[in-house]
Design a protein around this ligand. Structure first.
Ligand code: HEC
Ligand code: HEC
Length: 363
């Protein structure tokens, strides 16, 4: 079941688009995509997608990236960018200039140009490893190019919270083991053991809320009595788009104003663990109606606002919202930008609780 999830996300992502592309783009689509690429991307990634033309932008034609990054990773990176690096988000809902269809068209074009058709199946299970060992290896083998604090030098910013929160462990692990052909990123699988690569991956993941030296511990979802955020406060005054969607800015303001509401994270649980909006309750989209009805029995039915959000940015959240409405819940809303948009707009997120256990400090 777990193994299926990544595939399902990818399928959901593509099914949600208005256009469906076959393996081969039409000449018209390809020329449109090429034009957009030259206009928006060539500046940094190079006219031939070779990378490292400006700002050390990575190669967009390595076999390694194409095998693991298509379509989800590339789609997310191009859409939402990596906050704090030169890689901006391009999708219209975070300011544009590209539509979702244009981005999807482009990512198919990027793959077609690379000539890579094979895909490596990445599954979303976390990579476990010895974080302290990883910290030491990082300082020795990686800091020179990726920066002591993961800030990026000639290599990418491995401590970037947006990158880490939108990237699966297995994607990072694959890059470390196999490198990025045609770039300075060598295949560390040739010089490090599997255990060392696991340790490095676990170390990178442990930096997901920033590079401060803390060891994350996975936490349990909120208890039923903690489902309602600010239980004694007034309701927020949401001005919903199309009667359904709440904007990130408005949700953030309502949370700042300490208004009473429930936040439901409708993604798979591993994503909730990776990163979530503080106070949210995991309520994945995949529960059948009967089971859902039972779980929803724990939610307040007194008109308390229930806001759902997901990753994609809305499909899963809307499906849970529809189930809530069918059960007679009033005052329900869907977060318009999804959590990726929320992150890209710079609003705060939470992940596993951190303890004060220190791993080896970076030299
Ligand atoms: C201003 C320079 C710049 C522009 C313009 C730019 N990028 Fe980037 N891009 C970067 C940098 C720098 C990174 C790496 C950031 C980091 O993680 O440190 C990056 C990362 C990426 C990645 C992630 C690759 C990987 O190895 O994981 C993808 C995919 C990407 N860019 C695609 C695009 C596309 C498509 C466009 C055009 C729509 C574009 N970029 C425009 C600078 C740019
Ligand atoms: C000689 C410089 C250099 C060293 C040393 C190096 N890297 Fe890299 N790394 C790079 C460059 C450059 C890229 C971008 C490659 C590209 O163009 O696709 C990269 C890419 C990556 C990526 C993919 C990131 C993404 O956004 O897709 C990961 C993960 C990574 N490196 C991890 C590591 C780890 C862990 C180490 C240490 C074991 C390491 N690197 C050592 C230069 C280096």
């Amino acid at each position: 079941m777990k193994k299926l999830t990544a595939g399902l996300i990818a399928v959901a992502l593509l099914a949600g688009a208005n256009m469906v592309y076959s393996a081969e783009l039409s000449a018209e689509d390809a020329s449109e995509a090429a034009g957009n690429y030259m206009k928006y991307c060539a500046l940094c990634h190079g006219a031939d997608r070779q990378g490292h033309v400006n700002d050390h932008a990575p190669s967009l034609r390595s076999e390694s990236l194409m095998k693991t990054g298509f379509p989800h990773h590339i789609y997310l990176t191009v859409s939402y960018g990596r906050l704090g690096t030169p890689m901006a988000g391009f999708i219209d809902e975070v300011g544009g200039p590209m539509s979702r269809d244009e981005i999807i068209q482009m990512l198919y074009w990027i793959r077609q140009e690379s000539g890579v058709t094979e895909q490596v199946d990445l599954y979303p299970d976390p990579v476990t490893g010895d974080v302290e060992l990883g910290a030491g290896l990082y300082a020795r083998e990686c800091a020179e190019c990726h920066g002591k604090e993961g800030e990026g030098v000639t290599g990418t910013a491995l401590g970037n919270p947006t990158m880490l929160s939108l990237t699966e462990d297995q994607f990072l692990r694959y890059a470390i083991e196999n490198g990025r052909d045609g770039t300075p990123m060598k295949a560390f699988g040739e010089v490090l053991s599997g255990k060392e690569i696991d340790a490095l991956t676990a170390f990178l993941r442990s930096r997901a809320t920033g590079w401060a030296v803390e060891k994350p511990v996975y936490r349990a979802p909120p208890a039923v009595e903690d489902y309602v955020i600010n239980p004694d406060a007034d309701a927020p005054q949401f001005d919903l788009k199309d009667g359904l969607y709440v904007m990130s800015a408005d949700l953030y303001q309502a949370l700042q104003d300490k208004r009473r509401m429930v936040l439901l994270d409708t993604r798979v649980m591993s994503y909730w663990q990776m990163v979530n909006i503080e106070g949210s309750v995991p309520m994945p989209y995949y529960y059948e109606f009967g089971e859902f009805e039972q779980l929803a029995g724990d939610l307040p039915k007194d008109g308390t606002w229930i806001v759902t959000y997901c990753e994609c940015p809305r499909a899963a959240a809307e499906s849970v919202n529809r189930k809530l409405s069918a059960l007679g819940f009033e005052n329900t809303a869907v977060l318009w930008e999804g959590i990726q948009g929320w992150v890209a707009l710079g609003y705060p997120v939470a992940r596993g609780e951190t303890t004060t256990v220190e791993v080896q400090a970076l030299p």
